[in-house]
Write a protein that binds this ligand. Structure first.
Ligand SMILES: *Cc1c(COP(=O)(O)O)cnc(C)c1O
Length: 463
């Protein structure tokens, strides 16, 4: 029997994996979650490689959905492009603190783990159904390149990524615009990131257009992304399970997609005792954990831009569990949040959450201090996102001396060279395979912030 997926708001039809993959968001505005979770036998993964672990874990979800040997091949291809033999190496930092390096993928950030898989699984499902889709997305920098790398050259899809013209870093822009596959289309929009996002939303809400191009998205609420991220929690905790009685993960958090995967890994049997949410100065989650009020405030730019968010969309999935799968209560909170910009969680759900989760915040000054100290004391160079996680881990560790803490290093330092140089004095070098990034030819078009112009462009350029 294959796993069924239900919406957190309870009013959309239950779906099976393939339809959840293609739908992204549920039709009632909720997010799909699996009705049941497969269990993982820890002994079976303790000595496995990353790829083997992924084949076991994702295979358990996709039993009766895709042939295991086809899946094994897809997964092997996903992680072949990573430039480290271990895919996600675990590095000892100091005392009981470890770093799980998630930045060896083609775009140097953890999103590659999910998006390399997403592009390939999309392609396999579309091939089987003889369908073609057009992916349209907006990016402030990071997700766009990871999505493009995941979808480049896939036969059954075109991908259009809008970025704000002149407002992404040179490295970020070049990672997107130097990809020369015919199905990849970069649009530099004369506007802000919010303008890009508004246009994508407007196109999604335009039913005739949406149907005409068979529009789809690869945003962070897609279930398949979460599923692929569960793997590294099981992999890493299994590797340290022999040495430690307690294991915690510290996760630089924005949309709550990464850490929610850790929550599911624990439910599937991974030896995880605690999950630590690290935020930067955009600390909505930190305040929520403290007081139980989810209250949106204006986003301020920080040294860790991928965590500069107002709402953590994937939090809704955890909320659904904290409310004992009561879709009505989730719906109520989400409506309140949309109307008033805030909601309050009741004390018993808050207490339940705090048994497993803690949250810490790290402002830009502290981020720089952590980068500098890690380099000076342990000769380890880390990026600003990873630094927020290490800061949280060290605070947590003060009170939990016996626990191992695994910090997610979500980006390569060379992705944020200015911040890293300012903090440590060291200019981080791009890895070998990207060293000619600034010599490659760019390909993109600059468009007016006008929905009709963008729609026409998309229609003209679909392969
Ligand atoms: C996306 C991203 C995050 C935040 O992850 P979420 O799943 O949105 O919580 C953290 N660090 C980096 C480098 C990212 O790209």
């Amino acid at each position: 029997m294959s796993i069924k997926y239900v919406s957190t708001r309870g009013k959309a039809p239950d779906l099976e994996f393939e339809d959840v993959l293609l739908a992204g968001l549920a039709s009632d505005g909720g997010l799909y979650v699996p009705e049941t979770l497969p269990e993982i036998d820890l002994n079976a993964v303790m000595v496995k490689s990353y790829v083997e672990t992924a084949q076991i874990v994702i295979g358990a979800f996709l039993k009766d959905v895709i042939d295991q040997s086809d899946l094994n091949q897809i997964i092997e291809n996903c992680y072949r492009s990573f430039d480290h033999a271990e895919v996600a190496p675990i590095v000892h930092l100091h005392d009981n603190i470890y770093v799980l390096e998630q930045f060896h993928g083609p775009t140097l950030a953890f999103k590659d783990f999910a998006l390399q898989f997403l592009g390939r699984i999309f392609d396999a499902v579309l091939e089987k159904r003889n369908q073609h889709i057009t992916i349209v997305g907006a990016t402030s920098g990071d997700t766009g390149s990871a999505a493009i790398e995941g979808c480049r050259g896939r036969e059954n899809m075109d991908i259009f990524i809008l970025h704000p013209h002149g407002r992404v870093s040179d490295v970020q822009r070049r990672q997107m615009t130097t990809v020369n596959d015919g199905n990849v289309h970069n649009i530099a929009l004369k506007g802000s990131f919010d303008d890009c996002q508004d246009l994508v939303k407007a196109m999604f809400n335009d039913q005739p257009f949406r149907q005409r191009i068979n529009m789809s998205a690869v945003n962070s609420i897609n279930w398949a992304r979460i599923m692929a991220q569960i793997v590294y929690y099981i992999y890493a905790s299994a590797k340290l399970a022999d040495k430690y009685d307690q294991i915690a993960f510290s996760v630089p958090t924005g949309n709550f997609g990464n850490i929610y995967a850790g929550y599911l890994a624990r439910k599937m049997g991974a030896p995880i005792d605690h999950l630590i949410v690290a935020t930067n100065r955009n600390d909505i989650l930190y305040r929520f954990f403290d007081q139980g009020d989810m209250k949106a405030e204006e986003v301020v730019p920080s040294l860790s831009p991928s965590m500069d968010i107002q709402i953590s969309s994937n939090f809704e999935r955890l909320l659904y569990d904290l409310y004992d799968q009561s879709a009505g209560r989730v719906e109520q909170d989400m409506q309140g949040f949309r109307k008033n910009g805030s909601f309050r969680m009741d004390q018993s759900a808050l207490n339940k959450m705090k048994e497993l989760f803690s949250a810490y915040r790290c402002d830009d000054d502290m981020t720089q201090t952590v980068i500098k100290e890690a380099f000076d004391k342990y000769n380890y160079l880390m990026d600003p996102h990873s630094a927020t996680g290490v800061h949280a881990a060290e605070l947590f560790s003060n009170d939990h001396k016996q626990a191992a803490v695994i910090c997610m290093a979500t980006a390569h330092p060379a992705k944020f060279p200015d911040a890293v140089k300012a903090a440590s004095g060291i200019h981080p070098e791009l890895p070998e395979y990207l060293s000619d990034l600034f010599k490659r030819t760019e390909r993109y078009d600059i468009l007016e912030n006008d929905i009709d112009v963008v729609k026409k462009y998309i229609l003209d350029h679909i392969e």
